[in-house]
Design a protein around this ligand. Structure first.
Ligand code: NOJ
Length: 528
């Protein structure tokens, strides 16, 4: 069985994981030095978000050079050492590929600006004349995912498309040079020993012919994303099939997985399960993040509908579902669900489901969303939303490792020199504070990953529901493991569920006596 089918992959945001050189920014050596934390957690792989040279207009997703390491984060030699260390620990390494856009500091975009309208240098991006008598209006009505128009006008009067920040011009995927360049990028990182790629905004590379208007309500209803003329176009699928072939055919390097075990994971914000399922086919990608699960409210019937929809579209016998509870883009679970206990229970729910799961750094510590003061916010969402949305920095502040005050072992720099400030009340949340404490979130995650491996889901990914579909609790069995989550307001006596078994893990107090308190989850070994 391919390793990724039920893998737990740990997401590392390199700017905030660990700082080895005291400059207040995380780096690749910091990651290599702390990989044992990921190993000890029990994860199978690390996914490292962009560590490439970037002006950081969008947290590193604005890339100026796709085949180099940002000088603040290290060197290509550091990357090779990190990969070797990971492989030595039995961890696979997945890196980001960001094919929808480059940074405006990328040599291609600089050349495009310098060369002017009608030049071949502009053909690799989406430059267009404006509408209106003097071309003073954007070419169409498309809105940036960060707010405001998706077009910016340059001094010679042309407009260019950016589905994200203006510093992230979109590439034109109908241009052959764009294809050749990204094949080179994939090969470059394969030669450096990576085991897979996470494809950023995998649903956005192609735009509908003629760039037609999208109409009102864009980005308001994610369930309709696949209908937008800039998302989910047919041409994406032959492209990803070619990339799968490239991965299959590229020679291996020692330490990395063999070609057929290489992974492509889609970050596709397509919420209709049948549309998302089209990205995961045997000759295409292997995983696609299930964001519908992450977005679902703390409500048993709603969560169940999402789980069933995803399993039905991609589940038994087909591709596994790839569950996600948090990421560098999402509000951290204790804050999103309104309590640390709910976040722990959601984790036990996710980790019991058949399929793969991603754990974002700090999720295993139960970190809440941090408050970042106005003058320290880096996320472009803040200015582009007219200062209405604070953005994602609160999920990206540096990890607390040890000690009782900032920077909590993240760095030797003074706290004010760290690239994002940490809260003052995180002393009890550090890795060191939680290590060995059986009631801690860290130990709960370690135990959950251990048990999940010991009692794997059936190979066909099937799951058996015990709870009625509108019940205020969820109960299901995968293989030998049964998971019960009480999302209702009242205590749930387990005998009411008809499930009697040995409790092996709970998200709440351990002196649990067969009555599950509200917001609590338990894993049981039910003897049949
Ligand atoms: C998704 C990434 O996860 C997010 O952080 C980024 O802003 C956008 N893609 C644009 O690259």
């Amino acid at each position: 069985m391919n390793w990724w089918r039920d893998a737990v992959c740990y997401e590392i945001y390199p700017w905030s994981f660990a700082d080895s050189d005291g400059d207040g920014t995380g780096d690749l050596r910091g990651i290599a030095d702390r990989l044992h934390h990921v190993r000890r957690l029990g994860a199978d792989a690390v996914w490292i978000t962009p560590f490439y040279p970037s002006p950081l207009a969008d947290g590193g997703y604005d890339i100026a050079d796709h085949t180099a390491v940002a000088p603040e984060l290290g060197t290509i030699g550091d990357f090779d050492a990190l990969t070797a260390r990971a492989h030595g620990l039995g961890l696979k390494v997945v890196v980001d590929v960001v094919p929808n856009h480059t940074s405006d500091a990328h040599p291609w975009f600089r050349a495009a600006l310098a060369a002017g309208p009608g030049s071949t240098a502009r053909e690799r991006y989406l430059f267009r004349p404006g509408r209106g008598r003097l071309g003073e209006l954007p070419p169409n009505d498309w809105q940036s995912a960060f707010g405001g128009p998706a077009w910016t006008r340059v001094s010679d009067g042309e407009w260019y498309l950016h589905l994200h920040a203006p510093e992230q011009p979109d590439l034109d995927w109908s241009h052959p040079a764009v294809h050749t360049e990204f094949e080179r990028i994939l090969r470059f990182w394969l030669d450096h020993g990576v085991d897979g790629f996470r494809i950023d905004v995998a649903h956005a590379l192609y735009k509908a012919e003629g760039l037609p208007d999208a109409g009102p309500g864009q980005h308001e209803d994610p369930a309709r994303n696949h209908l937008m003329p800039y998302y989910d176009q047919e041409e994406l699928h032959p492209l990803y099939r070619r990339w799968r072939t490239l991965l299959d055919e590229h020679p291996g390097v020692p330490g990395a997985v063999s070609p057929e075990d290489r992974l492509l994971v889609a970050e596709a914000a397509v919420f209709a399960p049948d549309r998302l399922a089209r990205y995961v086919r045997p000759d295409e990608m292997q995983q696609a993040f299930d964001f519908a699960f992450l977005e679902a409210p703390w409500d048993a019937p709603a969560l169940r509908r999402v789980i069933e929809g995803s399993l039905a579209a991609t589940g038994p016998g087909r591709a596994p579902v790839t569950w996600v509870l948090s990421s560098h883009d999402a509000v951290r679970p204790p804050t999103r669900y309104g309590s640390p206990l709910r976040a722990r229970s959601a984790a036990l729910l996710m980790l019991a489901l058949p399929g793969a799961a991603y754990v974002y750094q700090g999720e295993e510590l139960g970190l809440p969303q941090a408050w970042v003061p106005d003058d320290r916010i880096r996320d472009p969402l803040w200015p582009r939303s007219g200062h209405r949305e604070r953005g994602r920095d609160g999920a990206r502040v540096p990890l607390p490792w040890s000690g009782t005050a900032a920077p909590y072992g993240f760095s030797t720099a003074a706290p004010r020199s760290c690239w994002l400030p940490q809260p003052e009340d995180w002393a009890a949340l550090t890795v060191a504070a939680q290590d060995g404490d059986p009631d801690s979130t860290l130990e709960m995650y370690r135990e959950a990953l251990r048990l999940r491996k010991a009692w794997p889901a059936p190979a066909d990914g099937s799951l058996l529901w015990h709870s009625p579909s509108e019940a205020p609790y969820l109960a299901f069995t995968r293989g030998r493991l049964t998971c019960v989550v009480n999302l209702g307001a009242r205590p749930l006596p387990l005998r009411d569920t008809g499930l009697l078994g040995r409790t092996v893990l709970t998200s709440g107090p351990r002196d649990f006596d067969d009555v599950l308190a509200p917001d609590t989850a338990a894993w049981l070994l039910v003897e049949s």
